[in-house]
Design a protein around this ligand. Structure first.
Ligand code: SF4
Ligand code: SF4
Length: 100
């Protein structure tokens, strides 16, 4: 009779996997323009890194897609008339059309 020479292999434990976490949602910001202080210089729309600041026929800035703002505050810092304010916005106020 032939003896079984193969040794019983030990079960190798699976490496631990990272716990599943929810994908982090982007922070939201509200950009407010104070049009009575704005002199329509266009600095904010020219330098917004997301290119979301548009200007109307009178040169006054506005944003259609507020959810795309990354809160860099570049526009707020560089506005010569302090006519822009950036504030954190809570996720429950996330809009479907990008407006606040
Ligand atoms: S930078 Fe300030 S003053 Fe110039 S257009 Fe924008 S909000 Fe108006
Ligand atoms: S905070 Fe930054 S991304 Fe948002 S509107 Fe101003 S320049 Fe654009």
């Amino acid at each position: 009779m032939v003896k079984n020479t193969t040794t019983k292999q030990k079960k190798v434990p699976k490496p631990p996997t990272a716990p599943k976490t929810k994908a982090k949602e982007a922070k939201l910001y509200t950009v407010t323009f104070f049009h009575n202080w704005c002199k329509s210089c266009g600095i904010c729309s020219a330098f917004c890194l997301k290119e979301i600041i548009k200007t109307d026929a009178a040169g006054l800035p506005y944003i259609d897609d507020m959810d795309s703002c990354v809160g860099c505050r570049f526009c707020e810092i560089h506005c010569p008339d302090f006519a822009i304010a950036i504030k954190d916005r809570h996720p429950e106020r996330r809009s479907s059309n990008g407006k606040q």
